[in-house]
Design a protein around this ligand. Structure first.
Ligand SMILES: C[S@@+](CC[C@H](N)C(=O)[O-])C[C@H]1O[C@@H](n2cnc3c(N)ncnc32)[C@H](O)[C@@H]1O
Length: 282
């Protein structure tokens, strides 16, 4: 049985574009003068936010002439960050219709609509021709996809020979059951966290060679420490932190529990965000 309907249901908001528009206005910003960076507190749905995306971009070597595929693009924060800083074109695909609509709307608000397009669909059945893209990337998506071998075989099909595929996923780095809910799943039924070793095997089996791998646990822990310090300051009435524009809009009412469990799981050493850079063999 496919887990995809349950995964899309987990992420579905219902009125996301209106909620984001209200948050933009409450933050004193206007959709007419907004930049991609302004949206970053709310649209980069992974550990480390835009800071992590910028560090990831530095590792991948893409250029302005590239046309990239963003797998599991969410509401498009990483795609806008790539288009804005690298100058490339990006096509995003995501399972959750709400997110695809929001990705297109937000890209129009920040004036990047001409370099970005977004499609609803599954990473396991990409609606694109063979070798359609110069490269691909994926941030915090593999945790929702059980069959990594099928996923990477499909990515290899869509990327040109020699093309780079960058991944930044939360991976299994220790023993012990995860505390739920987490941002990507309400329980273990739709959570498929795997070890970096299994990622490497699945990538190599799909026709990629591994170029680099980096465990981002230390980065994640310092990011969480800054987050906690910000929350503590806000609790004392000192003006701090990014709200009203924040990831709580995308994650919904149980955002604090999801984030607290994710942090506890990383602190306990059960999981960590890991980057892998792979290259499609010729
Ligand atoms: C944690 S969010 C990350 C979103 C985005 N990559 C980012 O970093 O902002 C995970 C995303 O993966 C998408 N996703 C999960 N399984 C998928 C699948 N099989 N095919 C396409 N997208 C999928 C979800 O809809 C969700 O938008």
């Amino acid at each position: 049985m496919s887990h995809e309907p349950a995964v899309a249901d987990h992420y579905t908001h219902g009125a996301l574009i209106d909620a984001l528009r209200r948050a933009v206005e409450a933050a004193g910003l206007s959709p007419d003068t907004l930049t991609a960076a302004d949206l970053a507190p709310a649209d980069e749905f992974h550990i480390g936010g835009r800071q992590a995306t910028l560090a990831f971009i530095d590792r991948l070597g893409f250029g302005p002439d590239d046309h990239l595929l963003d797998i599991g693009c969410g509401i498009g924060g990483p795609a806008r960050c790539f288009a804005d800083t690298v100058g490339c074109r990006v096509t995003g695909i995501d399972l959750t219709p709400d997110y695809v609509e929001a990705a297109a709307a937000l890209s129009g608000w920040v004036g990047l609509g001409d370099r970005l397009d977004f499609h609803q669909g599954s990473a396991l059945a990409l609606p694109f021709e063979d070798a359609a893209f110069d490269g691909a990337y994926m941030l915090h998506v593999g945790m929702n996809i059980a069959d990594k071998a099928a996923l990477f075989t499909e990515v290899a099909r869509a990327v040109k020979p020699g093309g780079t595929f960058g991944l930044f996923d939360i991976m299994c780095t220790g023993d012990g059951a995860l505390a739920y809910p987490v941002p990507w799943a309400r329980d273990a039924a739709t959570s498929f966290v795997e070890t970096p070793a299994r990622y490497r095997v699945a990538l190599e089996g799909a026709g990629f060679e591994i170029v680099a791998e980096r465990d981002r646990r230390a980065f994640a822990l310092s990011f969480f420490a800054a987050l906690k310090a910000n929350t503590a300051k806000a609790a004392k009435g000192i003006k701090a932190g990014p709200p009203p524009l924040g990831l709580h809009i995308v994650m919904g009412a149980d955002a604090p529990a999801k984030v607290a469990n994710m942090i506890a799981n990383v602190e306990a050493g059960r999981i960590a965000p890991v980057e892998i850079v792979a290259r499609r063999l010729k």
